[in-house]
Design a protein. Structure first.
Length: 255
């Protein structure tokens, strides 16, 4: 016995109650994800069909498949990534997205494709896809990801760290050519000071909040190091990229 109304029992085709069906499919997807697996749509559909003893019409099935792909692929993020003038994307509220353009302009855009449960599920799928542990006991992860041939760094903050119990998502495109120091709106005498510190091989501490530009600024400083100097970079996520062949990148083992 299934829980859906208006079902044609002869051909067992569901034509109505699409929201309830979406909820059912999302629940099945969630059960797969909780077991650490990202299922194909056909796996979800087969489980739905067996549990409810029904099959969807081709049009309805296609609609549900599109909705599931919006969750598993974070469809709206992919659209934004294709915009060349967008460098950073962050989500701290389920219904809005903050983007930072290459000129530094910040824009808040509406997000009305996924509800809070679906958005949380999208982040969990993203962590699984890149073999990251992200849960109540490991509430923060940051990793290198190539999405649509675009190099990015993604950071996820679990809802357990938020008083409002909301997860956070931060994505930054890794630019092959970092901005110069003059692009940072730094006074000229401070630029000269930084250059002097680098030439003397003195220490510099860079501190700031998540998504404040620490790594990008570090990459700008990296470009001041003479080309023939061998630089060893130790980082938790592959992100300090340079065109210089005299650089060795070491990535820390999270284990």
């Amino acid at each position: 016995m299934n829980n859906f109304s208006n079902i044609n029992q002869e051909n067992k085709t569901v034509e109505v109650n699409i929201n309830k069906i979406k909820l059912e499919f999302t629940g099945i997807l969630k059960n797969f994800v909780y077991k650490g697996k990202i299922p194909s749509f056909e796996e979800i559909y087969d489980k739905f069909a067996i549990e409810n003893d029904i099959h969807l019409s081709p049009i309805l099935k296609q609609s549900i498949e599109k909705h599931i792909s919006e969750i598993t692929d974070i469809f709206f993020i992919n659209i934004l990534l294709n915009k060349k003038d967008i460098n950073e994307i962050s989500i701290t509220e389920h219904n809005q997205i903050k983007v930072t353009k290459s000129n530094g302009q910040k824009i808040i855009m509406p997000q009305n494709i996924l509800n809070p449960t679906e958005l949380q599920l999208s982040f969990e799928i993203l962590a699984i896809r890149y073999n990251e542990e992200w849960n109540w006991t490991s509430p923060f992860c940051s990793f290198y990801a190539i999405i649509q041939n675009i190099q990015t760094r993604i950071s996820l903050i679990h809802q357990s760290l938020s008083p409002q119990k909301k997860p956070s998502f931060f994505l930054r495109k890794i630019l092959l050519t970092p901005p110069s120091l003059s692009d940072w709106n730094i006074e000229e005498h401070h630029i000269d000071l930084l250059k002097s510190i680098i030439v003397k091989k003195n220490n510099i501490i860079i501190a700031g909040a998540t998504n404040s530009g620490k790594t990008t600024f570090l990459r700008s400083l990296r470009e001041l190091i003479p080309a023939l100097e061998h630089v060893v970079v130790i980082e938790d996520t592959y992100e300090i990229i340079t065109q210089n062949n005299f650089q060795t990148n070491l990535v820390a083992n999270s284990a």
